[in-house]
Design a protein around this ligand. Sequence first.
Ligand code: GLC
Length: 512
Amino acid sequence: MTDPWWRSAVVYQIYPRSFADTDGDGIGDIKGIRRHLDHLEWLGVDAVWLSPVYRSPMADFGYDVADHTDVDPVFGTLDDLDALVAEAHARGIRVLLDWVSNHTSDRHPWFVASRAGRSSPKRDWYIWRDGGPGGGPPNNWRAAFGGSAWSWDEPTGQWYLHLFLPQQPDLNWSNPEVVEAMHDVLRFWLDRGIDGFRADVVHLIGKDPALPDQPPHLAERDLVGLNDQPGTHVLLRGIRAVLDSYPGDRVMVGEVNLETAAHLAPYYGVGDELHLVFDFSLLRTPWDAAAWAAVVRASQAALVHDAAWPAWVLSNHDQVRHRSRYGGSEARARLAATILLTLRGTPFVYAGEELGLEDAIVPDERRVDPGGRDGCRAPIPWETGPGHGWASPAPWLPWPPDADRRDAATLANDPTSILHLYRRLLRLRRTSPALRAGSWCEIEAPPGVLAYERATDTDRRVVLANFGDEPVAVPFAERWIVDLASDGAGADHESWAGVVDGRQAVILRPAG
Ligand code: GLC
């Protein structure tokens, strides 16, 4: 049996609002993505995942879906999306959509009907409850962006649950009609040739039917981190069966916001739940080789089932970009990218990280996201000069720092740029079975250096990443050739001299 494509793929996340604007409204659109497929093909990505492009009032910029089967006019039309998929496929790039599983917009016709009255046939499609004993919310759950997770609906005299904004009511997945309707959404897109989905906060869909209070010591914490219910696994098996009924290895990668790899492992089931589950541990890991090693070891120890293949992330549309997290150091961003793209698992690259972008500084009066995540959603600069290749000189958010030197065109002309580093890393993965599919094994190295080997029967690579600022000697008995250095201009194919520079990562292959 050959491995499914997504095991050796590099997936590139596009936040469509911020990618490229072609109609001049300051907001990125699907035509903008089509325009830059050259960039993605040149870079060498295997798939793109688009954050939501569905019809939405945009209270959470698309994660509040009002129509699952149409494109919001701000992004274009369904025809534009079909064209994008066809063009991407023609270049060998697969397309994943974001499937917002836990909630809809409060303007979705389902919720409008549900809210219309207690006897509405869709009342039970969402989670409605009477007030608690004192007349307040039914329990102490908090919403992810603050405040109670319950809102009062005056006309019908009940509370509804929303783990995110009040404009994002939670679906009631214990109702079989909801399950069927959400499966139909998947089928709609699978029938149209979509290659898979990123499932938004999918660990939240199964809820404890008793909706018990959070224990007091957890009550003030973000509820999203705490929900891990057996019922979710039953639902995930049903979702998996829908994907498996289609040809072509359609994939479901789940956003499961739980703390550790050990919490994530059950979400793969026995190869009958999610295909991939994001491991966000590196997002929370300090700049320390030993801490990084511990994260990878924990993943190895937890994902023991053959079907449990890791999915690694350094940045996304919800988190401060990794270069910003690492103090703005490009050398560190390069080192981290070298690790991301040589770990065992499927790496997810967030648009703009290949340009070494940092978060934008967003002045208070320009802040628009209820979750405070504007900085990492700054528009992508494609060219130098005003507008940076956008049809409007003034996009919806400020440009990231150094946009005049970090635009894609400038970096493409510089073989020493971080953009070329990403491209070389992606190429190396393609040509090295060990990097794509091999085992991962830590090797001994001096403190401050993360060192590991990737190996198959026929191919071996060693990665050394020096988290410190000073050069470190790493003595090896064997002779090695340098395939790539994170700070270099290209594959130097020189004999390894036995020293990793400060904030440098190298990929080595055995000599001869
Ligand atoms: C996920 C998304 C985030 C969104 C939230 C609610 O965490 O990544 O952007 O706000 O779910 O849908």
